[in-house]
Design a protein around this ligand. Structure first.
Ligand code: NAD
Length: 545
């Protein structure tokens, strides 16, 4: 890719292979090291012991000829686990060419062939779930249980995609005497998926089964920060019988993303990530006529009513604010305490103090490190900004040390009392930081939630059906939880984040996922019944008159 295409949007963490110097595995615990060695020896595309992550093109795990490589660093120890290539133009073109060639046969594969692939894939994902979770703990920093949850939420999309024969049933009606119109759902062609770091298994699995079961071929670009889960999933797709070229994986950062946006062969892009990249990809992809769905950032509010079940509300809030170190797009990052619920704040803080930070394989770990040193610095900067703007830091997670992991990107649970004009409220922090604001009434709480530009998720805790109904009716956010802190719909539904949290027209998975990856084709045909030839053979000598 020519460097002229690279916009000055982000400083890349690209470094040459030769300058990477932190790849000693010595800093890993014995448990982590054993898992890292297992990953490197058992899987073709990924390494956790300092080798290179491969591209997956034409059914082969291929070592890139890239000159730029990006370190993938264990956030608990700074150990370089692997490096991902900035895929070269030639390699990218090869991936597109093989995906395009594979589409010619895959689009004509029977829907039962595709369903069988989905069945096999779900079996293999379950069987090898621990390997995927191990890779996530090492590269992303989640706790092992949370990493298993990451995979499980993706598996549910795979399982739902097994209903593809029913989902693709077409329509047919006789529109006039002897004239029929039928509508079929056909695949688009080569599609692309660009994933974020925070769900390295779930988000690739939002798109792989949906795109492929509908007859498309897919090029996936995982996050350059944690590509391992996607590489294991690719190998499992291959073992499940997926023909070569139907799924490809190319790695990289902005240049690779721009090549996807500019390709005249790629028909659709699914993006999940931050606002800046998402807006850029949406606009650039649309310029070449692509269908684009883009899930972006969030600021999710939980409204605690004074009549709520206090224990359930506080535990839910803590889990949703601090689980995965706050690095979930559906994390609750703002608590709105209404009326007397404001008196629960000291208890909230006491409970938050009991959460344990640790490396993800360690027993009792509730949350792990944040993804990078840069993320830690950014989060700490936003905490400091609250102090500067008059916010009150009730629990400060800065400067926390975790025994045995002196170099981890640790930020402990942080609770800040703030107002909605402060930076810490307005910006997505994407770390274990809960902003607390207060409201006198439900109407005041609704006004706060609705004034926020984002619309990914929100929750209310109350024992009153009437209060819940009013909230549900009046809140403008797309995914609502009533006594449920992270209301991500299961994949028989579709993702429904809205406002500034989504760009595009057709959301991810569920019924909408089928719509996103297909186009309708209608045929109208006239076969007059009166033209039917008789069904008894004539035995007379033909005379042609
Ligand atoms: P990110 O935007 O930095 O990266 C996402 C993808 O875009 C990566 O593959 C990356 O290589 C690429 N990318 C990054 N910067 C780019 C640029 N300038 N130009 C082109 N491509 C670029 O996001 P992240 O840090 O990996 O993930 C965290 C963000 O994702 C948060 O904002 C979170 O809210 C959001 N997210 C949203 C959802 C959702 O469903 N709404 C789900 C998960 C994460």
């Amino acid at each position: 890719m020519s460097s002229a295409k690279i916009p000055a949007l982000r400083v890349l963490r690209t470094r040459s292979y030769a300058t990477a110097s932190r790849s000693s595995l010595g800093a890993l615990s014995a448990a982590a090291r054993a898992r890292a060695e297992q990953l490197s020896s058992q899987w073709k595309g990924t390494s956790a012991t300092g080798g290179n992550t491969k591209n997956f093109i034409g059914g082969q795990f291929i070592e890139s000829k890239a000159s730029d490589w990006i370190d993938v660093v264990d956030p608990a120890t700074q150990t370089v686990l692997t490096r991902v290539p900035e895929t070269t133009s030639a390699e990218f073109d090869e991936a597109v060419a093989t995906a395009s060639a594979a589409f010619q046969t895959w689009k004509r594969s029977s829907v039962l062939t595709r369903q069988r692939f989905i069945f096999e894939l779900q079996y293999l994902l379950r069987k090898h779930g621990d390997a995927i979770a191990n890779s996530i703990v090492l590269e992303q920093g989640k706790t092992f249980a949370d990493a298993q949850g990451d995979l499980l939420r993706g598996l549910q999309v795979v399982e739902t995609a097994s209903g593809i024969p029913t989902a693709l049933l077409g329509n047919h009606i006789e529109v006039s005497k002897d004239m029929d119109t039928s509508a079929r759902r056909l695949p688009l062609g080569v599609c692309a998926s660009i994933a974020p770091f925070n769900f390295p298994a779930m988000i690739p699995l939002w798109t792989i089964p949906m795109a492929i079961a509908t007859g498309n071929t897919l090029i996936l670009k995982p996050s350059e920060r944690d590509p391992g889960a996607a590489m294991i999933i690719a190998e499992l797709c291959q073992r499940a019988g997926l023909p070569e070229g139907v799924l490809s994986i190319v790695h990289g950062t902005v240049p690779t993303v721009n090549a996807i946006c500019d390709s005249s062969i790629i028909k659709a892009i699914s993006f999940v990530g931050g606002d800046r990249a998402g807006k850029h990809i949406y606009e650039r992809g649309r310029k070449t006529g692509k269908r684009v769905q883009a899930n972006l950032g969030a600021k999710n509010h939980a409204v605690l009513m004074p009549d709520a079940n206090r224990n359930h509300a506080l535990n839910s809030l803590l889990g949703a604010a601090f689980g995965a170190a706050g690095q979930r797009c559906m994390a609750i990052s703002v608590a709105v305490l209404v009326g007397n619920a404001q008196s629960w704040l000291p208890e909230l803080v006491e409970r938050a103090k009991k959460l344990h930070l640790n490396q993800g394989f360690e027993k009792g770990a509730d949350l792990g490190p944040v993804i990078s040193q840069a993320a830690k610095k950014r989060i700490e900067g936003l905490i400091a900004s609250a102090e500067e703007q008059g916010g009150k830091i009730i629990l400060d997670g800065r400067g926390i040390e975790v025994p045995g992991y002196p170099d981890g990107n640790w930020v402990g649970p942080t609770v800040i009392q703030a107002t909605t004009d402060m930076r810490c409220y307005r910006e997505e922090i994407f770390g274990p930081v809960l902003i607390v604001v207060t409201a006198d009434t439900l109407d005041d709480a609704l006004a706060i939630v609705n004034a926020n530009p984002y619309g990914n998720g929100t929750a209310i805790f109350t024992q009153s059906g009437a209060t819940a109904r009013k909230f549900e009716n009046e809140v403008e956010v797309g995914q609502i939880g009533i006594n449920v802190p992270i209301p991500v719909p299961l994949p028989m539904f579709s993702w429904s984040g809205n406002k500034a949290s989504f760009l595009g027209d057709i959301p991810f998975y569920g019924r909408n996922g089928i719509d996103f990856y297909t186009q309708n084709k209608t045929t109208t045909s006239l076969w007059k019944a009166e033209d039917a030839i008789g069904n008894k053979a004539s035995v007379d000598m033909p005379t042609h008159h």
